[in-house]
Design a protein around this ligand. Structure first.
Ligand code: CAA
Length: 247
């Protein structure tokens, strides 16, 4: 299949990783549907993207809400056709020591980072099965593989993604659909820059490559997995963390 005919949906598009994933997939020739939650942020983002030469199709939905995602997917299908590539990128952090973690901070992170993967994948999977083609790429984290103080909620969600990836991969493998996880390490996004500098700098000291990752480097891996040529890769987890966690 030609890339040009493919429709990609990137959730959490307005974030640091999402922005570069959208740009890379557009550069690759895909029609990119960019999901956002807050209209105010999305308007400013779309204006900036236009300045950079990108005209993405924007779609609002709260990915933690099953029905909201369903409405978004229906609109995309009406506007462009069924989705070929889903990048489950949306995510939040609500870090804090477990002994102080509120139920709300647990539930919000599980809903936005893990239940969202169910919600989005569930709404796109049947059309993918019908046409015997699809790519689902779940953006997890090095902190779903290793321990990070203050991230019980986030680590549980990001580790949970691997379970979805592996099982959904074998359920759909015979139908031309691949399902994979990418586990980025520390990348200079707003989310990472919100960590206190003294904590962050200590973490960076532990990265053998000697720096944080670039958003473009993560987008490059998404592009690789999204390609029609990556048809034999499924159920895999790709670590991309500068050697911070090797196993
Ligand atoms: N290691 C060991 N002990 C720690 C600690 C650490 N990193 N951080 C705090 N503590 C201790 C404190 O000394 C304190 O001890 P006492 O109870 O004995 O006094 C106790 O733990 C509680 O500390 P705080 O009151 O400071 O805890 P807090 O709930 O306010 O939050 C924290 C601590 C802000 C979460 C801090 O641990 C932290 O910043 N951790 C890093 C989180 C992180 O890396 N987040 C990544 C976000 S980006 C991302 O997630 C993207 C990605 O995929 C990589």
């Amino acid at each position: 299949m030609e890339n040009k005919k493919h429709i990609a949906l990137v959730t959490g598009a307005t974030g640091g990783l999402g922005t570069h994933i959208c740009k890379r997939l557009a550069n690759d020739g895909y029609i990119v549907c960019a999901n956002y939650r807050s209209k105010e942020k999305a308007d400013a983002w779309a204006a900036k993207m236009k300045e950079d030469g990108y005209d993405f199709h924007l779609y609002q939905a709260d990915v933690s809400d099953y029905d909201s995602v369903g409405e978004m997917v229906k609109k995309i299908e009406a506007d462009h056709g069924t989705i070929d590539i889903l990048v489950n990128n949306a995510g939040i952090t609500k870090d804090g020591a477990f002994k102080k973690m509120s139920y709300d901070n647990w539930a919000a992170v599980i809903a936005a980072n893990l239940t969202s993967v169910f919600n989005c994948s569930r709404h796109v999977i049947n059309p993918m099965l019908d046409k015997s083609y699809g790519r689902i790429i779940n953006i997890s984290s090095v902190n779903g593989q290793r321990a990070q103080f203050g991230q019980v909620n986030y680590a549980a969600a990001k580790a949970g993604m691997h379970g979805i990836t592996k099982t959904l991969a074998i359920e759909t493998a015979s139908k031309g659909i691949t399902v994979n996880t990418i586990s980025p390490g520390y990348v200079a996004t707003d989310m990472v820059m919100a960590v206190a500098p003294e904590v962050r700098n200590k973490i960076i000291e532990g990265i053998p490559v000697g720096r944080m990752g670039g958003t473009e480097e993560i987008a490059h891996l998404v592009s690789f997995l999204a390609s029609p040529q990556s048809a034999f890769i499924t159920g895999a987890n790709y670590a991309i963390n500068g050697g911070q966690h090797v196993f």
